[in-house]
Design a protein around this ligand. Sequence first.
Ligand code: MF3
Ligand code: CO
Length: 247
Amino acid sequence: MIHVKSEKEIDLMREPCKILRDTFAYVGSEIKAGMTTKEVDALVERYIRSSGAYPSCLGYGGFPASACISVNEMVVHGIPDERVLKDGDIVSVDVCAYKNGYHGDACRTFCIGNVSEDVKRLVQVTEECFFKAVEKLRAGTPLYDIGYRVQKHAEAHGYGVVRSYTGHGIGKEMHEDPSVPNFGKLGTGLRLKAGMVLCVEPMITMGSWKVRLLDDGWGAVTVDGKPAAHYENTLVVREDGVEILTL
Ligand code: MF3
Ligand code: CO
């Protein structure tokens, strides 16, 4: 069931979403080669808690940290650990914040030091996929237009679109209906309504779109070991466009 949010609920969602915005500005200024992913997680946790929010990945389905931190060939849901970030890495930091009874969810992929031009391009195109997907989005848009636009942009650059993880609705629950795939056929799926709040989150790979789950049951890596990037925002569908709460 899809929960269409009232303006009052959307107002309550602004705060966790703004905290995520600020968290990424902070993490972006601090993250560097030599840090472990666990140290990055600690930065996230401290920042979110000091903002009066709860880092709601922590404990979700048993996830043991505040941020999902996925380096290079890891696509999503990396468990922070002793892995040391090095020059040339790309690191996706995926974070949820819970405040006022609502969740916000966003992800950024950070470049560590000197990242090769082709990998930088992957990160940039992944962000572009998000913006292409939401550019024409408004009340009445068919749901799978989002995925169609992500896929079209990614594949035009020769990249792969991860199929086994999707975006989602969000609100009182971190994951609500509908599921928002990053691939699809134009003009299909339910018509979105004003007041729906969605997480649109392209996960784009440099090679094969196929992923494999790690033994820890969380981390997912590309089967060919090539890098992947991830970019996500929480947004409200409006009559005349979208309002992006995490930007
Ligand atoms: N932010 C992630 C998402 O987009 C949350 C993953 S669940 C967790 O769905 F438990 F790994 F945090
Ligand atoms: Co999400």
